[in-house]
Ligand binder design. Sequence first.
Ligand code: FAD
Length: 387
Amino acid sequence: MIDQLGPADVLLRERARSVADEIRDLARQADGAAPYGDAWQKAIRTLRDQGWLSMLIPSQYGGGGSNLLSLVIVQEQLARVDGGLANCISHEACSAVAINRAREDLRKECFERMLRGSLTCIAITEPDAGSDIGAMSTTAEAVEDGYAISGEKAVASLAGVADIFLIWAKTDPSAGTKGVSTFLTTREHPGIEVSEPFDSLGFRQLPHHRIVLDDLHIPSEALIGAEGKGLRLFAEALNVGRLGVCAQALGLALGAYEKALAFARERRTFGKRLVEHQAIQFKLADMFMAIESVRAFAYEVARFMEASQDLGGKPTGVYAAAVKAYASDMSVRITGEAVQILGARGLWKSNDVERLFRDAKVTQIVDGGNELMRIRVGEALANGFPR
Ligand SMILES: Cc1cc2nc3c(=O)[nH]c(=O)nc-3n(C[C@H](O)[C@H](O)[C@H](O)COP(=O)(O)OP(=O)(O)OC[C@H]3O[C@@H](n4cnc5c(N)ncnc54)[C@H](O)[C@@H]3O)c2cc1C
């Protein structure tokens, strides 16, 4: 690896790498167990103890106050062993970005709870509003002292254990995307019904649920920012999420490549080591080149987003979409090649690469399908980007 990092980031990477190796067995166990089981709890506790579930909580509230490059480095190393666990880091970072815009008292309370161990839930996607988020039909009706929220959310990660809920709903259903607002509430409020988690192909350490919001009454202070500005706030969190998915995709590819390379150096066929067959060398060379180039792109976008100071702005959105789509497509290709190099052993759960392959597929969908990423980049180019 060509080192693009300063000494502090190198240390962080080494720590993340060794913690990831320590929780490898837990990730494998959790993959085959019921959601939120003992192995999952232990792995999450480890991430929390390292401070990686509070990286974007500002330091004045006791959080990490980390920069985006550090967030990428940690997720990259964690995803070498599990994509869903790495995404939990991103998920909590996205929530912190949104919560940081809430009123001071609510922000302080939620950050304190997160630091004591509470997890969050981001509820925006609906049965008929995924990519087309403006089509959402959940409403937040103004009532005496606050809002009454009703509707259904289709895919809400960690909702089964979360204490803190970020909910997007329409305060003005006639205003399309400009009628969406963001609310912050906690599980104690009656009116949040969470289903059993879906049994998912990948990211099994990030269980996701359907939620029904049934006349959820919350005070007016629960509104984050102004009415109608919900999608702008969502863009800030989502761009951090897309950079995170890029880091997870990169780490999944790296983990699979490392396994494939180690295997190819040991396994012998036709009288020589697998790595000495040119067909396998070409595969490994392609994997190496893809990973190195995606890492350079990912770190540059992280630095760019950090410097831009505008997480919801257009350039940030275009680069976050571009790096997410590029990294996740690469990850599916590379993890698939790793399975191929291991042959039958690549299909065995005990060898991990099949899980990395399943997780890689998720990175093409989560936080926005890659078709939408290409639309975002393509439309920007048609409109004169980067000018
Ligand atoms: C593991 C996981 C965790 C998630 N966690 C959360 C969460 O915590 N909170 C939350 O609110 N959401 C969450 N999501 C939802 C996620 O953001 C959506 O799945 C995503 O935005 C796509 O929406 P959809 O699944 O409804 O697909 P759809 O919008 O139905 O799209 C289906 C397919 O068509 C493509 N497509 C859509 N429109 C177009 C178009 N115009 N042109 C070309 N192709 C198009 C899409 O890219 C996709 O491949 C999660 C998803 C996953 C996979």
